[in-house]
Structure formats: C-alpha cells, structure tokens
Design a protein around this ligand. Structure first.
Ligand code: GTR
Length: 427
C-alpha cells in the first residue's frame, strides 16, 4: 500500500515536472540532437492489428487507404473528389516568347458555381518541339508575374503576402515582375526539353488565417459538398493542383503522363499532400517542405507542430494542433505521407542553412518511406547515414542537402531535371 502510494506520488511528481518541459518543447525550436527525447515512429507496413504488409497488393488494398485516412482525419482534412463544372479560357498565347525559345500560354480556370473564382495558369513550353512535352508543375509564392521578367505575363490581382518584393498593401505592383526568377530556372527547364505550368496559390485561398472566408473553401462548399472546417488551406491548394492537372490532360501540347509536381516550403507540403491524393502526378519534388511536409514531426528539432499550428492555424485541420504537446500520440508521421506516393519517383531536398525545416528529419523520413517502395522493387535512399552537402543519394526516392539558405536554387533544379530525365527515359 505504502509502496503503491509512493509510486503514485512519484508518477504525479514526474508528470508535474514533465508538463512545463513538454510545453517548452512544443513551442521552442531545438537545434541540438543530443537534447532530443527518444521517439517511436509507426511502421507503415504494420497494420493496427499487428499484421505485417508484405505485398504491394496488400499495401494498396488494406494499408494505404488506412494511412491516407489518418492524414485526412488528423492533418489535412478530406480531399473532395466531387467533379464540378469548370470554365477554361486560353486568355493569351505567344508562340515566340522569351526571345523565341518558348511558347507562352496563359489559361484561366473558373468555377461557375463560385462566380468570381479563378486560378490563372502560366505555361511555358519549349518552342521547337512537335511532340507533347513533359512538364514541371507547381505553385509560386507571389504571383505568376514573379516567375519571369516577361512583360507579357498578366500581373496578379489576387491578395499577396506583404513580405513579397514589389508588394504594396497586399497587392502586386509592376516592381514585383521577375522577382522570383532564380527559384524557377525557366530557361534551364526549357533547355532540358520540358515545360513549366505554374499558378499563384492564393488565387485558390489567400494565405492568411481568414483566407477561407473568401476562398474556395467557402465559395465552393455547396458545389464540392464539404464544409470549410472539414479541410484546410493546404487541402484547398492541393485541390487546385489537381484542377491544374485536369487542364493539362486536355492540352495536347503537354504529355500529361509526365508531370513532375514541385513545391517549395509550404508549397512543398501542399505538393506532397496533392500527390498523395492524386495519382496522376508521376514525379514529386519536395523542396525544403519541413514541418507538416517531409520532416518528421515527432522529432524535437527546428519548427515544431506547436509552432506551426499556432503561427499558421489555417494550414491544417484543427485536430492537428491538439497534438502540439503530445506528438508521441500522433498515430502517424510524415514518412507515412511520403510512403503514400510510392512507387512514384520522389525527390526530397533540404538546405544546410535551413535548420528550421529539420534537414535530418527530412532525410530520415525519406529513408523510412523506403520499405514501402521496396514492395514494388524500388530503391529508396538506402540504409546509410545522411549524406554531406552536394552529395545526392538514392534511386526512386532521392535526397540531397545543399549549402545555403531556405530557397530553390539552380543547384536544386539541376538535380530535379536530371532526376526527371532519368525517370522519364525509363518509361
Ligand atoms: C515558415 C514556416 C515553414 C515554411 C515557410 C515557407 O514561416 O514556418 O513551415 O512553410 O514558412 O513556406 O516559406
């Protein structure tokens, strides 16, 4: 009796001591691996009944749908599959853009169920090709006109984050043209024989806490039969990427079977969720997607679940935030999101100067997804340690860490272009 009392007392005492510790971990970014408490990752190949999945068929019919559902319920919400009418207008075409090396098209998608809604696509295709071309597809951060200093690109009229260059009162100005050119490397993409399809993510929902009120989560809620709180901004943006894919499938100049979806940072999180939800994206590139993207959430390193859900409450469903001070209870981790992309080629990239995104956590996540790829006879990043800077590793799952800050650089694009080329040639 006495012993039991003492034990209970000790449990209570350690709980009291642990509580502020957990809170500190929840809201503080740690950068010291030796301070990180041990964590356990769920095995994507073990069912809740403890059965080991050993075939790709069992993965696809039993385990994958369950894991996908875990992400819907806990992280990104439901992904609406209902088809709704869309109006597609080719607003402008220039067969000799960028000094003659590219065909430029600007296409507007509108949803008649939500008058005033639109998603503007900017498309560059190599001018010389006669065959349908493979493309990279991805959202940009500050409007299509930031991707190239090309005066033919319509200036975005959507709400823009105030930290963008040439942004005044949350609106783009002429001064913001071409300000994100280095992140897109359009000339390199074209030189490799590929095209680019990009759009501005805030056309779908402005990236701010109350963006849902004017975005498609509200304006299309009846048409899509989903309430705004049943999904989240990342979910809505991911849905928009699928609509871009719908368009691509109708454009005869593009090879829709060869679409590499790319996303940086929050848009990398979005790309991963879009690819998990839509199998038409045949290659996926996560550039420094970090917390809520490729990085493991159960690791206490860099941005935490508590920080991200406090700073960006609209990115995820409300339930995600409830794990802030108890990530050990999360029934999933982000390696399982990556595993949902199997067996499609997946590139996960980090930057040394971007510890906020937890490069090691991104590598480990990519590594852990390898067991699912192995069911298809595909090789991931292997069993080894994390590689040093500028030493890409892996096969169907590939990983690199480069020098420099949180960004998308020429080095990154060179790796992605080579990765896409080797995978597209195989087929
Ligand atoms: C940061 C956020 C990251 C990442 C980044 C970005 O503020 O904490 O998770 O998404 O923004 O999107 O640039």
């Amino acid at each position: 009796m006495h012993i039991r009392y003492r034990q209970t007392g000790m449990v209570i005492l350690s709980l009291l001591l642990a509580a502020p510790m957990l809170h500190a971990q929840n809201m503080t970014a740690n950068y010291d691996e030796s301070k990180m408490p041990a964590y356990t990752l769920p095995d994507p190949l073990v069912t809740t009944e403890g059965i080991k999945i050993v075939t790709s068929k069992a993965w696809e019919t039993v385990q994958r749908p369950r894991i996908y559902k875990l992400f819907e319920e806990n992280v990104y919400g439901r992904f609406p599959l209902k088809k709704i009418p869309v109006k597609t207008s080719v607003v402008e075409t220039d067969p000799a853009a960028l000094g003659g090396i590219a065909v430029r098209k600007q296409v507007r998608l509108e949803w008649p169920d939500a008058p005033g809604s639109y998603l503007d696509l900017l498309i560059y295709l190599p001018a010389a090709t006669k065959k349908p071309v493979p493309v990279f597809m991805g959202y940009n951060f500050y409007g299509n006109h930031t991707v190239m200093p090309d005066p033919g690109i319509a200036l975005s009229r959507s709400w823009v984050q105030s930290n963008g260059k040439g942004v005044l009162n949350n609106a783009a100005t002429e001064a913001s043209r071409g300000t994100d050119t280095s992140q897109w490397q359009v000339r390199q993409i074209l030189a490799a024989g590929y095209g680019l399809v990009t759009a501005y993510y805030s056309d779908i929902e402005a990236d701010r806490a109350d963006g849902w009120k004017t975005g498609i989560r509200t304006t299309l809620k009846d048409a899509l039969q989903i309430q705004p709180e049943e999904w989240c901004a990342i979910g809505a943006w991911a849905w928009g990427l699928s609509r871009m894919m719908d368009y691509v499938q109708t454009d005869k100049a593009i090879d829709a079977k060869k679409v590499a979806l790319i996303g940086h940072s929050r848009l990398g999180k979005t790309a991963l969720w879009a690819a998990a939800s839509d199998p038409r994206f045949s290659i996926v590139v996560s550039n420094e997607s970090g917390e809520g993207g490729a990085a493991l959430s159960k690791r206490w390193y860099g941005e935490t679940l508590g920080i991200i859900t406090t700073k960006f409450p609209h990115w995820f469903v409300a339930k995600y935030k409830t794990y802030s001070d108890k990530t050990e209870l999360l029934p999933l981790d982000q390696h399982m999101l990556l595993s949902l992309i199997a067996p499609r080629p997946l590139y996960v990239a980090s930057a040394e100067g971007d510890q906020w995104s937890d490069p090691h956590g991104e590598f480990l996540s990519a590594q852990q997804a390898g067991s699912v790829y192995a069911l298809y006879g595909k090789k991931g990043v292997g069993e080894g340690q994390m590689p040093g800077v500028h030493q890409p590793v892996g096969s169907t799952i590939r990983y690199h860490i480069r020098a420099g800050r949180h960004d998308v650089t020429l080095y990154d694009w060179q790796q992605y272009l080579a990765f896409a080329a080797s995978n597209w040639q195989k087929r």
